[in-house]
Structure formats: C-alpha cells, structure tokens
Write a protein that binds this ligand. Structure first.
Ligand code: MG
Length: 262
C-alpha cells in the first residue's frame, strides 16, 4: 500500500532529511586512506545520536535475512554495490570508491540517503562512474512528478545511462536491476518499488505527498551482482566497481522536493 504523507509528517521528514544530509556530509569529510569502515560507522552513529535521532539500519532485518543488520552505516567499497558491513579490519586505501548508505529515524519517521565518495585520487574511469551515477539520480528526480508514474522514473534513468554507455565505449554502466528505490517515511522500506529501468507511463501513479527514495546503482561492468556469505554484502560478479547515490524526495505537482539536503 502506498502511503500519502500528511503535511505534519512531511515537515518532520524535511527536518530528518536535513539531519541525514548533514551526517553523511560529515562522514564524507573523514573518508581518507588509512581509515577503517568501522570508524566511519561509529562516527555516523555518534552524530545521529547527538541530534537526538536514531539509526534506521541498526538491527533492521530485511525479509529473508538470517540476522539483523549489525551496523548503522552500510559501507560498500569498490566492487561492493550496497549493504557492506563495516569492519575494523577493512581499511580504505587511496584510489578506492566507497558507498555510504544511511537511514535515520527522526521523531518516528524515516529518511534514506547514499553517496559514493572517492578515497584520495581515483582513476578517471571511477570518477566518471561517480559523476554518471549521481547524474542518473538527478535525472530520476527530475522525472518524478505528480501525474507521472514509477515507470517514468526508471525510463528516464535507463535512457540516460544507455546514452552514457554509447559515449564511453570502455564501460558498460550496468544498471543493477535486483535492487531498487522505494517508498519511505513511516517505515524504511514502503511501497512502491522503484526500479532504475522501465517503461514510460507504466507502473504506479505518482501522487503529491508520496515520499520515495530513488537510488540508482551503476557498475563499470555488467549488471550482474551476487551476495556474500555474510548475507548482506552485494557485489558485482565481474569484480568491476559500482557506485550508488540516493535521495529521499517528496512528490509534488511540480518538481520533486529533495528532502535529504542540508
Ligand atoms: Mg534506500
């Protein structure tokens, strides 16, 4: 069931989104060679709790998972696409790219956001991957408007990515298809599913007051992904790097409002 948020809920989600964007920007600032993914997680948790909010992913148990997620922040390095578990022994090194995905509960309501950050100087191919994935998110946001459909978003993202692939022959920009954006607000994952591919005009109607998280995941190589034995870490099958950007947005009669911004 798709939940339309009340004006009061939207105001809380706006506040929460602001907090979340602040926390992620602070975590991004300490991303550097030599830091562990565990330290990034602990820092995110400290900042969230200082603001009186709660981490949304800690102990969250997605359908089918054997154990609840054991951390606050999903930290996914290089060929890890999403849901990487922070670890004291996982040390970032120059040239890595690292996806930071964070959910926050503010006054009982959830927002969700992700960025992929470079560790020091990264290769031109990885730089391009980050730029294109972030732009794919912006394109998706631009396509998300009341009166449109979920398929319009997927179609816009997919068309943009296909055009980039034609311009950059040495990359495939595989769109990860087994994971998608989603409704968010009263729960961290609500209806509808929002794939990063699709047909214009198809799928659920977008209505003013819907709050959704859009999150394209693009691979330098093929779209295929696999899951590690830890039950969480999703990584590319071909070992090529992957990037991920996400915003929580509010559907309106005109341009969508990005809630996860400072
Ligand atoms: Mg999400």
């Amino acid at each position: 069931m798709i939940i339309i948020k009340t004006p009061e809920e939207i105001e809380i989600l706006r506040e929460g989104g602001k907090h979340l964007a602040f926390v992620l920007s602070k975590v991004k600032e300490i991303v550097k060679s030599g830091i562990s993914t565990w330290e990034l997680d602990k820092y995110a948790e400290k900042l969230i709790r200082e603001m009186g909010d709660e981490p949304a992913f800690l102990n969250y148990r997605p359908a089918g998972a054997k154990i609840p997620f054991p951390a606050v922040l999903c930290v996914s390095v290089n060929d890890e696409v999403v849901h990487g578990i922070p670890n004291r022994k996982r040390i970032l090194k120059e040239g890595d790219i690292v996806s930071l995905d964070l959910g926050l509960k503010h006054k009982g309501l959830f927002t969700d956001m992700a960025i992929t950050a470079p560790v020091g100087k990264i290769s031109a191919v990885n730089q391009k991957l980050l730029e294109i994935t972030e732009r794919a998110l912006q394109i998706g946001i631009s396509a998300a408007q009341a009166g449109g459909t979920v398929g319009d978003i997927g179609y816009a993202v997919e068309s943009f990515v296909r055009a980039q692939k034609n311009k950059n022959k040495n990359t495939q920009y595989g769109i990860v298809e087994v994971l998608s954006g989603h409704g968010v607000g009263r729960a961290i994952h609500e209806d509808p599913y929002i794939p990063n591919f699709g047909k214009a005009g198809k799928g659920e109607k977008l209505v003013s007051g819907m709050v959704i998280a859009l999150e394209p995941m693009l691979n330098n190589g093929a779209k295929n992904v696999t899951i590690d034995d830890d039950g969480y870490t999703i990584r590319t099958v071909d070992g090529q790097n992957s990037a991920h950007f996400e915003h929580t947005i509010l559907i309106t009669e005109s341009e969508a409002e990005v809630l996860t911004k400072e």
